[in-house]
Design a protein around this ligand. Structure first.
Ligand SMILES: Cc1cc2nc3c(=O)[nH]c(=O)nc-3n(C[C@H](O)[C@H](O)[C@H](O)COP(=O)(O)OP(=O)(O)OC[C@H]3O[C@@H](n4cnc5c(N)ncnc54)[C@H](O)[C@@H]3O)c2cc1C
Length: 383
């Protein structure tokens, strides 16, 4: 394999490599730099914050400005309490600049391998880069997941993943089916309803917990932080109480209260949906709840209750895969779901010097956890 090493001066050889220049990777690099450890961030796209550049226009952080800042730089007050997507991108750019981070864009890492006490990264252009440690920060929402629905490949109608959704404009006057009621599906459905789609249906397999972003000024994120370490059963009961007080009963619209408690669902990997317009849209009949998608047949979408519908467009808000297998799957560091067996400051037993950040989905807010993990990882590496 041809090699094109990055220009490293001898005294700074064997840096720590951080894969991914999203908030997770940038935070680790800044925390390392603050401890005098050289970190090089490798980013496959052409700029930092690639995920945030690609998200839909109306997106705002649903975690507060204060609780979403990364180590060593506040998010400016002018961004408001709920920071807009474009301001998140500007913040990440500023963050890299302020901390003078060493970032190489246009470099994708394909595979990470052990080389004695070091690590070798195989990257774009035949590069082989040797690092003393590696931090994988390639993102929880890495590769769009489109269920393998029967008839999907033969379906001739418009079928997109939510990753490509930017705004409602292309759907003006159209009949749209959004599949999946996670935070993304719920917000896209509300966005379409506000933005002129003729009809919006939202296909739901498992009814989620829906929480208000704030209640009397108190952000849901703060509750998430407070209850994070409490027993699951207790949080389930508190969640049910809070829902009865704070969230209207939407049973009549096809969204009964969930059978399983909020913390139980979270342990299964489903965080609650923060309401940024869905409740009002459902109550106003602007978003109709329908059964889950079972498959496609004869140009129709077949739903779990046997209904067949023919929307103009289907938007699958069906989540993402971590897609870590090609990168580190051979190192025996992933569990059955393809998630790292350990993360944060802990390395897998078989892989000392290999760190992972950003592969959980906590109710306390991912930016906040990325910031906490960055400090822990940097402290461990610098030791
Ligand atoms: C729609 C949406 C809204 C969210 N809202 C919030 C919120 O309000 N608050 C909150 O706390 N969290 C939120 N999150 C969750 C989380 O904070 C973000 O997803 C955040 O961007 C995660 O940061 P990250 O650095 O782990 O991953 P990413 O931001 O996805 O960054 C990963 C980077 O790695 C690069 N990369 C990937 N593979 C490679 C490779 N092999 N080689 C080189 N580069 C690579 C990518 O190009 C990307 O730039 C949201 C997530 C989504 C999807």
């Amino acid at each position: 394999m041809a090699t094109t090493p990055l220009p490293l001066s001898p005294q700074t050889a064997h840096p720590v490599y951080v894969i991914g220049a999203g908030p997770g990777g940038l935070a680790v690099a800044a925390a390392l730099r603050a401890r005098g450890v050289r970190a090089v961030v490798l980013e496959k796209s052409d700029a930092v914050g690639a995920s945030w550049r690609a998200h839909y226009d109306r997106l705002r952080l649903h975690t507060t400005r204060r609780l979403s800042a990364l180590p060593g730089l506040r998010i400016p007050r002018s961004s408001g309490r709920w920071v807009a997507r474009a301001d998140v991108v500007r913040y990440l750019e500023k963050y890299a600049e302020k901390h003078e981070l060493e970032i190489v864009t246009g470099v994708e890492v394909f595979r990470v391998e052990r080389a004695g006490a070091d690590w070798v990264l195989h990257a774009t252009g035949g590069r082989r880069l040797t690092g003393r440690a590696v931090v994988v920060a390639t993102g929880y929402n890495h590769t769009p997941r489109l269920p393998d629905w029967p008839g999907r490949d033969a379906y001739k109608g418009r079928l997109d993943h939510a990753r490509t959704y930017r705004n409602p404009e292309p759907y003006t006057g159209k009949d749209v089916l959004v599949v999946g009621i996670g935070n993304t599906g719920a917000e896209i459905a509300a966005d379409l309803a506000d933005g002129g789609a003729a009809r919006v249906r939202l296909a739901v397999r498992t009814v989620p917990h829906i929480v208000k972003r704030t209640t009397a000024g108190w952000p849901a994120q703060r509750s998430g932080i407070l209850v994070r370490r409490l027993p699951t059963g207790l949080v389930d009961r508190l969640g049910a109480l809070a829902a009865r007080v704070g969230t209207p009963d939407l049973s009549a619209y096809g969204l009964p209260r969930p059978d399983k408690g909020l913390a139980t669902r979270q342990r299964e990997g489903a965080i609650p949906v923060q309401d940024v317009g869905l409740i009002d849209a459902v109550r106003a009949g602007k978003v109709e709840i329908v059964a889950a998608v079972e498959g496609f047949e004869d140009g129709e979408v077949v739903l779990a209750d046997g209904t067949r519908i023919t929307p103009d467009a289907v938007i699958a808000a069906t989540g993402y895969r971590r897609a870590l297998e090609p990168l580190v799957g051979h190192l025996d560091v992933l569990d059955g779901r393809g998630h790292p067996v350990v993360q944060g400051a802990r390395c897998p037993r078989e892989a000392p010097g290999l760190y992972f950040t950003g592969f959980t989905n906590p109710i306390s807010g991912m930016f906040r956890e990325l910031a906490i993990d960055a400090e822990k990882i940097a402290r461990r590496i610098a030791r």
